[in-house]
Design a protein around this ligand. Structure first.
Ligand code: NAD
Length: 467
């Protein structure tokens, strides 16, 4: 594992921000074709660094090269490709229907960049979650400072080098550092803050930016339920859940946190899960090149504490020297146990059962709004009912995690799992203020609105009823 970044920022933060303010105010970010050229350059550079990105993530937590490509590099390249293709259209003022009240007028929505954006990123998808919001911010015509996580130092350092090669510091830059650096960044006045991380730090961020009324997106976490109905295809469900739960060693904000399965199907399901774990990672999982490690000691110990006093259906093996934790299934832990308190964020999967709907409801409603929810069922009415009934950020039926891969879907939480959404056009919209503009004609001026109002009320009533 690479050494954690402990230092305070190596740059003068107020000076950096004032240089970005000057750059923005001089209008240097406004030319859309220049924005596109920069994004193209970023794309080319990332393409050429595919191996280095894989090596950095391997150094940080032994993330397999395949997973780095599929869940970080390829997602970023596809986001860049889509943004480059569509940006010209998105950035144009959008003409909308005008209202009879303003006749004659032509009305538009202008997408105005906010200005200076701060992106604070976590360690679990350290490349993707630093770069993806920055793509949206830059495409929208903002400047950006990215503060990646101190827990993924190799990736954070490489991200810094990549941005330095494409952008002048006044437009986009990466600032390395730990909590102290984050705190100093949050003391500045930004025009938009995009935070991805835990719920407690999300609260700190929201509080820090409140005095300036800074708009923000908070991408947080939660306890994501995964419901398995008796009509589900159990083998397929097990295969997809094993993939989505143990990718990145379970350190995924939208991975299923716990299973809620029909009591009658539990044994069948857990038997197939055991087989699928073996099929994916072999007999000696520790030696598998396809299984990542826990990011650091602190998180390893946090997860290990969750195993205490639990009954294992499978797994439970750990080795502290390299932060290894086997894919682990827990047999019906009580809701009072440590593992059922907060988001697990590791390769531990509690298996809970239900006999009827009220039991599902009781468990799901025991927790704040999750970031994701999944339901496996062949009974489409059943899954539709579940998808409509509960409040959660996003999710899927008959699969897990995959909704993140579609750029046409906004990605984000609700309630305590966060607010705002991004990806594709939603990123562009997130980082632009929508200015409403009425361009009035001057060839006629209808006198109805002007005082004195005597005798005009019946007419205005008629007009207002038409809009
Ligand atoms: P974290 O909240 O500890 O850290 C995130 C960022 O905040 C880091 O850059 C860190 O330096 C900074 N930070 C930490 N403490 C701070 C403080 N006191 N003041 C100011 N800044 C501070 O999160 P993490 O451990 O890096 O990531 C894991 C969490 O992120 C999980 O809860 C997970 O669900 C969530 N997450 C959410 C999404 C999403 O898209 N919704 C994606 C990935 C991770």
């Amino acid at each position: 594992m690479a050494e954690e970044i402990k230092t305070a920022a190596e740059v003068d933060i107020p000076k950096l921000l004032s240089s970005q303010k000057a750059f923005f105010e001089a209008g240097h970010t406004l030319d859309v074709s220049e924005r596109i050229d920069k994004l193209k350059a970023l794309k080319e550079l990332i393409e050429s660094k595919e191996k280095e990105i894989a090596a950095a993530l391997f150094a940080d937590f032994r993330k397999p090269e395949f997973e780095t490509y599929a869940t970080e590099t390829a997602l970023i390249l596809s986001e860049l490709k889509f943004t480059i293709k569509k940006l010209g259209k998105w950035a144009k003022p959008k003409k909308v229907k005008s209202t009879f009240l303003n006749f004659p007028s032509t009305d538009y929505i202008y997408s105005q960049p906010y200005g200076n954006v701060l992106v604070l990123a976590p360690w679990n998808y350290p490349f993707q979650l630093s770069v993806s919001p920055a793509i949206g911010a830059l495409a929208a015509g903002n400047t950006v400072v990215i503060k990646p996580s101190e827990y993924a130092p190799a990736t954070s350092q490489l991200t810094k080098e990549i941005f330095a090669e494409v952008f002048p510091e006044e437009q986009a830059t990466v600032v390395l550092g730990g909590v102290e650096t984050s705190e100093e960044l949050l003391q500045q006045k930004w025009d938009y803050v995009f935070f991805t991380g835990s719920v407690p730090v999300g609260r700190i961020v929201a509080k820090a930016i409140a005095p300036n009324l800074t708009p923000a997106t908070l991408e947080l976490g939660g306890k994501n339920p995964c419901i398995i109905h008796k009509s589900a295809k159990i083998e397929l469900a097990a295969k997809r859940i094993v993939w989505g739960k143990f990718i990145n060693a379970g350190q995924t904000c939208i991975s299923p946190d716990y299973i809620l399965i029909d009591k009658k199907k539990k044994t069948e399901f857990t038997e197939v899960v055991k087989k699928e774990i073996k099929a994916a990672f072999g007999e000696d999982i520790k030696k598998s090149p396809d299984y990542a490690r826990i990011i650091n000691k602190k998180n390893f110990e946090r997860l290990q504490a969750m195993l205490e006093g639990q009954t294992f259906i499978t797994g439970g093996e750990t080795s502290p020297e390299d932060n290894y934790m086997a894919p682990t299934l827990l047999n019906e832990p009580s809701l009072d146990s440590e593992v059922m308190q907060d988001e697990i964020f590791g390769p531990i999967l509690p298996i809970l059962t239900f006999s009827d709907e009220t039991e599902i409801e009781k468990i799901i409603n025991h927790y704040p709004d999750p970031l994701a929810l999944y339901v496996f069922a062949e009974d489409k009415d059943y899954s539709e009912e579940i998808l409509k009934k509960y409040r959660f950020g996003g999710g899927a039926s008959n699969d897990v995690v995959v909704h993140i891969a579609n750029k046409n879907l906004p990605f984000g939480g609700v309630g305590s799992s966060g607010y705002g959404g991004y990806h594709g056009k939603f990123s562009f919209d997130t980082f632009t203020h929508k200015k409403s503009i009425s361009k009035r004609g001057t060839w006629i001026d209808i006198p109805l609105r002007y005082a004195p109002y005597a005798g005009k009320l019946p007419l205005i009533k008629k007009v207002m009823k038409r809009i």
